[in-house]
Design a binder for this molecule. Structure first.
Ligand code: ZN
Length: 184
């Protein structure tokens, strides 16, 4: 993901750090893919479970990327957790939007990719493989109840707004001080 260093980039980074921390809490260990334990889990998902193939288009590729099935942002608050992660190629790692400008679910995104590649007969097979990983596999995603989902939604949105506000306050403060100093 490109970083432009805007207020919303700062806020998104804070949200992702939070969702990574909470994902680790549910997993019982940290799952930072830059740590050796985290990268080992990622290698297992990529090489052993998905056999170095894109989970969406089935292309074999060396540089597969991490895709969060439930999106890793304040709107969907998908946790950074092995059960929410599949390997995808760079072409498939751009979640499409629907006509209302909201992101498609991973199932809809997968369907579109299979359809575009004239492989609709593969849709159910690929969907079931992903579901098996996320619902029954060694690293299955935690079953969050309504209260947990509500808490995640409220906290990620609050964190996002707070960081964005703090950022804007810092910029305003600098501008005011700068004005005051240059008056002297
Ligand atoms: Zn792909």
């Amino acid at each position: 993901m490109a970083v432009y260093n805007t207020a919303s980039d700062a806020a998104n980074t804070a949200v992702r750090a939070f969702l990574t921390k909470i994902g680790g809490n549910y997993l019982g260990t940290t799952f930072n893919t830059s740590s050796s334990r985290g990268s080992k889990i990622w290698e297992t998902i990529k090489c052993r479970i998905f056999e170095n193939r894109c989970a969406y288009c089935d292309k074999k590729e060396n540089k597969l990327q991490i895709e969060h099935l439930i999106m890793f942002n304040k709107d969907e608050f998908g946790l950074h957790h092995p059960g929410n992660i599949v390997p995808v190629c760079s072409n498939c790692n751009k979640r499409a939007k629907d006509e209302n400008n909201t992101y498609k679910t991973w199932e809809e995104h997968l369907y579109m990719i299979c359809n575009n590649n004239n492989q609709l007969d593969q849709y159910v097979i690929r969907r079931d493989k992903i579901n098996k990983h996320t619902k029954e596999g060694e690293f299955k995603y935690p079953k969050l109840n309504q209260e947990e989902n509500n808490a995640l939604r409220i906290i990620t949105n609050n964190l996002y707004e707070s960081v964005k506000n703090e950022f804007e306050k810092a910029v305003n403060l600098f501008e005011e001080l700068d004005k005051a100093f240059s008056k002297k």
